[in-house]
Ligand binder design. Structure first.
Ligand code: ADP
Length: 563
């Protein structure tokens, strides 16, 4: 370096060189600026150029420009260029404060700030812009201290400005904290802390160092180091804020994290070349750098793959959810259809049942035994149809969650007697017996929906008769102080063991039953199960095997539990 007498100050060069190794200046400035910029760009592009990402990028650019100019200040000994660059750094500090405030606004409001606020910011920044490159800011150069002489602008306007913006940030954060949803509050606290440290670190070189020197807490040399460590913290805090934005935006932090880590390592290792003096260290650093690059690329690749797989999985899950939704809609439409159709079917069937009863009772004149026989058959078939329609209606009600229960204290014996009458004819028709066994001591009143319990039992008896060719059906009523038990056993086809578990599912039928040419839908047991469960009871099937008959048993509590 050559020094001239007019503008180059050799004494300053020597003073700085003696206090701070120049390599430390590079080491603290270049990687930090590059890392901050990288984080800024990453977030900006990954957040699909969101406004938040753009503000963070602006913060990173602002910081990096300031850093690069600071390097020039540390390495330039030309007082004119020194004055020039010192002058323009004036704009970066207030800009960073405004950007930090902007960041908090956009983060909490999820939208851009109003033009009014932007105008206020502009007017607040105006004095900085106006004073740059004028003698109102830097009035001269002190050869003794090796720094430009500042006017009172810094103390008089810049410092109060920083104070004002920081208080603005503080009040805004508190006000928004009280308004936003709970889960974002933590993020706001993090963001506020991140922004606070960022601003403090940024000013640490100037305000804090000045203050510490002033109060004799630090010597000027210590204050230089303090500034450098402050710079090391910068990318960490930019990364920290980036993390919050990324998390808030919910894109993959893992990949960005891995990329940021790898690139930072590469830059940090690479930047050592700036101050390594001997060849052995150069070779060692080169090897470390090569390894870092190799492993780094591998790490990024594997994280990328993982993210891709996760995205594919997510995609599939989304598609599945959509398909499921479609199916649910179809299912609802089907239930609605069944419900309407069944209502229409029930009315004529009830009319048929009424007229046949009247015919058989001889209301329309005496009926020949041969015709009475036929009427019997029509009656039984009609009963089955009514049962089927009732089941279909129940299904649609269960699925729409509209099934209603009217719990009343009723004697269960009365329900059984009714069923005895209803099924006597059908059993006789098939030449099967139908026995009812009652406990010696009457069970008393049970809290239940008697209509629904009749329906369940009726379905079990109907099945017993339907699936038996000879023998018959026995209905046993039993119970104690807590519950009643109804057992419907038959001497029919029985149930293979592997079928027992799924008989109670919707539309499920035994694999052999269709061969028997017995009508059915596979709905009766499903409806029965939901009715019994609504009574806080349980229902199950037992069989000793194929051809050995079956037992269908249900239990319900005498008193329904409250709630
Ligand atoms: P459906 O009788 O209309 O097929 P259910 O839901 O009442 O429908 O019964 C489901 C299945 O359970 C029947 O298809 C049959 O395989 C079996 N099942 C029900 N009751 C008996 C029984 N008493 N004996 C043998 N199998 C039975």
């Amino acid at each position: 370096m050559t020094f001239n007498l007019i503008s180059n100050i050799e004494s300053c060069f020597i003073a700085v060189r003696d206090t701070v190794p120049i390599s430390l200046v590079y080491y603290s400035h270049i990687p930090t600026a590059i890392i901050s910029l990288m984080v800024g760009f990453f977030v900006f592009f990954k957040s699909k150029r969101s406004l938040l990402g753009a503000i963070l990028l602006a913060i990173a650019i602002d910081f990096s420009l300031w850093t690069f100019i600071d390097i020039i200040l540390w390495t330039s000994y030309d007082s004119r260029s020194y004055m020039f660059f010192w002058d323009i750094t004036l704009i970066f500090e207030p800009l960073l404060f405004i950007l930090a405030l902007y960041l908090i606004y956009v983060f909490t409001d999820k939208k851009d700030v109003s033009v009014k606020i932007k105008l206020i910011w502009f007017f607040l920044l105006l004095p900085f812009i106006a004073i740059i490159a004028s003698s109102y800011y830097l009035t001269g150069f002190s050869i003794v201290d090796c720094v430009p002489i500042e006017s009172s602008f810094y103390q008089g306007y810049a410092l109060p400005f920083y104070g004002l913006i920081y208080i603005w940030i503080l009040i805004l954060s508190i006000r928004k904290y009280l308004k936003i949803e709970k889960e974002r509050r933590k993020q706001l606290v993090f963001l506020f802390c991140g922004v606070s440290v960022l601003l403090i670190l940024f000013l640490s070189g100037k305000i804090l160092a000045d203050y510490f020197i002033d109060k004799e807490i630090m010597t000027p040399t210590e204050s230089y180091e303090f500034e450098f460590y402050g710079l090391f913290g910068m990318p960490i805090f930019i990364g920290f804020i980036a993390y919050i934005i990324v998390k808030f935006k919910a894109f993959d932090i893992k990949l960005i994290g891995a990329q940021a880590l790898v690139y930072s390592l590469i830059i940090l290792v690479g930047s050592q070349f700036f101050f390594i003096q001997n060849n052995t260290n150069r070779i060692l650093t080169a090897v470390t750098l090569a390894l870092t690059i190799g492993f780094g690329i591998y790490l990024i690749k594997s994280v990328k793959n993982e993210v891709k797989r996760k995205e594919e999985l997510q995609d599939m899950a989304d598609k599945l959810a959509a398909a499921n939704d479609q199916l649910r809609k179809l299912d609802n439409a089907k239930s609605e259809f069944i419900s309407i159709a069944s209502h229409q079917l029930r009315t004529p069937l009830t009319a048929i049942k009424g007229f046949i009863s009247l015919l058989m009772e001889g209301t329309y004149g005496a009926v020949e035994p041969k015709i009475n026989d036929v009427l019997n058959k029509v009656y039984v078939a009609n009963e089955r149809l009514i049962q089927l329609v009732e089941n279909l209606l129940n299904i649609s009600r269960i699925e729409a969650g509209r099934i209603e229960y009217r719990f009343e204290k009723t004697k269960i014996e009365a329900v059984m007697h009714e069923l005895e009458d209803t099924f006597a004819l059908a059993a006789k028709e098939k030449k099967l017996y139908l026995h009812f066994k009652y406990p010696e001591k009457e069970l008393g009143e049970i809290e239940m929906d008697s209509g629904k319990i009749r329906e369940v039992t009726s379905n079990l008896i109907d099945n017993g008769l339907k699936y038996s060719k000879k023998g018959g059906v026995t209905v046993t009523l039993d119970g104690d102080n807590e519950k009643v038990k109804v057992i419907v056993s038959d001497t029919g086809i029985g149930i293979p063991e592997e079928e027992i578990s799924y008989l109670f599912a919707k539309f499920s039928r035994g694999k052999d039953v269709s061969r028997l040419h017995v009508g059915g839908t596979g709905l009766g047991l499903y409806v029965g199960k939901s009715i019994i469960e609504a009574h806080h009871g349980k229902i199950w099937a037992e069989s000793d095997g194929e051809g050995k008959g079956s037992r269908f048993i249900f239990e319900i509590p005498i008193v329904q539990p409250v709630g």
